[in-house]
Design a protein around this ligand. Structure first.
Ligand code: ATP
Length: 453
């Protein structure tokens, strides 16, 4: 297929955008390659000081929306390591696998659905593939000091199973009534065959999962409710509507436990539309299977009908890192801005995060390195730090310090100048409009919250 020149231009611009984001993420302390000093490790990344703040803000925005603002959803934090029986019963040992093809020439391996056999090997350029075979994505590990097969288990590939095995404990202790949800945030591990596209497909990642237990008859209606709720959340945290859509899965695509799956897709610069979050109707598959295998009855007693039932489960599930990547891509912007010298302009890079997600909420900057200004600025910074993640910076010209804050997405820069000594006011600069406003130091405590939430 011949690409049009405008298509080639578009692909180049998008590749360029990703390169800029990956470079900014490293340079400004958002994301570092895992074990970098030893040459890195495929599909593993570490979060730097700003990355961990951004991730924490994403997680707390999700937790607030899913757990704290609802009457019928509770939280849980189950262990990463679980009995191997869990993974046999859930069907993951049998079915959590991707189809893999291997290049006979250089032995590189790829996921068959990502790389059709009709294509040449991206590593060596030859076209000589093995027949596809299934590859289980779970990492094996062992519990205890022996090498016995009975001690073998897996790192969890989803947090959901920790919720299912605790279903009875939550019902007994919290007196929850159907429909209700159990939410959890935690690490998941998948030994992906083909990794890449930065945080999009990695081997260790945090997941945010809700298992919403409901009456089987009501499951379809609740599925649609959660579809809308989840899309609304992405819009609320600042993702651009035009980059989001739903995609219904074909029957052949669905996981072994699901009767319906819909993805919320994002328009990724490196691949076009692709999964950001998955919603699945997992039916009563997991609760029934664990009841049967463990001998513990995980059914629910419905007071109204006086019958025991196995609830259906609606599951919205997403990765923190994949969400962070979409947020970084949508927030990244380059624009012309005037320099300090009159008539000159330069390109400023801004991460236009929703203020709630911004890793640093305010930067406090003394206009110049003067003892009196430094003292006032440090006092303001100390005060703000009690409530907000504030940063103090006195190095370089004020223009350069503004640019540095723009690049990490700090919504407000607070400058202390010589007038501050007289009028007890500071200049507050808005990251997006670059407009400056004089605000009394005393009023800062209410000025920021009004604009950050
Ligand atoms: P994909 O089709 O991209 O492999 P999946 O259908 O296997 O994803 P789910 O099992 O639905 O993914 O996982 C729930 C969510 O976890 C995904 O929507 C995504 O946000 C995140 N996720 C899954 N696999 C990865 C991964 N390897 N790296 C980063 N995030 C992931």
């Amino acid at each position: 297929m011949q690409l049009q020149s405008c298509e080639i231009y578009f692909i180049e611009v998008m590749a360029d955008l990703m390169e800029k984001i990956v470079s900014l993420a490293k340079r400004r302390g958002f994301v570092f390659p895992g074990s970098e000093i030893y040459g890195g490790i495929g599909g593993i990344y570490d979060l730097g000081p700003l990355g961990v703040e951004l991730a924490n803000n994403i997680k707390s925005a999700w937790w607030r929306n899913i757990v704290r603002e609802r009457e019928n959803v509770v939280g849980l934090d189950s262990s990463i390591l679980m009995s191997r029986k869990v993974w046999h019963t859930s069907g993951h040992v049998e079915s959590f696998a991707d189809s893999l093809v291997e290049c006979k020439n250089c032995h590189s391996r790829f996921r068959e659905d990502i790389l059709p056999k009709s294509e040449n090997c991206p590593t060596c350029g030859k076209k000589d593939w093995t027949p596809p075979r299934m590859f289980n994505l779970m990492f094996k590990t062992r519990i205890g000091p022996t090498e016995e097969a009975a001690d073998e288990t897996f790192l969890r590939p989803e947090t959901a199973q920790g919720i299912f095995v605790n279903f009875g404990n939550v019902v007994d202790t919290m007196r929850v009534k159907l429909p209700f949800g159990i939410a959890q945030i935690g690490k998941g591990f998948r030994n992906e065959i083909t990794i890449g596209n930065f945080l999009f497909r990695v081997r260790e990642f945090e997941m945010m999962e809700l298992e919403y237990f409901t009456f089987p008859k009501q499951a379809e209606r609740d599925f649609e409710y959660w579809q809308k709720e989840r899309m609304d959340w992405f819009l609320k945290v600042g993702l651009n509507k035009k980059n989001l859509r739903f995609r219904e899965h074909e029957e052949t695509e669905r996981a072994h436990y699901a009767i319906r799956s819909v993805d919320i897709e994002y328009n990724w610069p490196f691949m076009g539309w692709g999964e950001l979050e998955g919603l699945a109707n997992r039916t009563d598959y997991d609760l029934k299977a664990h009841s049967k295998e463990s001998g513990r009855d995980l059914s629910y007693f419905d007071e109204a009908s006086k019958k025991k039932i196995f609830p259906y489960v609606i599951e919205p599930s997403l990765g923190v890192g994949r969400t962070m990547l979409a947020i970084l891509i949508d927030a990244y912007s380059e624009e012309k801005a005037p320099t300090a010298e009159k008539g000159e302009s330069e390109t400023r890079v801004v991460l236009k995060f929703h203020p709630n997600l911004a890793p640093i909420k305010a930067a406090v900057l003394p206009l110049v390195k003067d003892e009196k200004l430094i003292k006032i600025a440090k006092d303001i910074h100390k005060d703000l730090k009690r409530e907000w993640n504030s940063m103090y910076d006195e190095a370089g010209t004020i223009g350069r310090r503004y640019r540095r804050q723009d690049e990490i997405g700090t919504p407000f820069a607070i400058t202390v100048d010589f007038d501050t000594i007289k009028d007890k006011s500071v200049t507050v600069r808005d990251r997006d409009t670059m407009k400056q406003e004089r605000v009394a130091v005393k009023k800062l405590a209410s000025y920021l919250p009004d604009r950050l939430n």
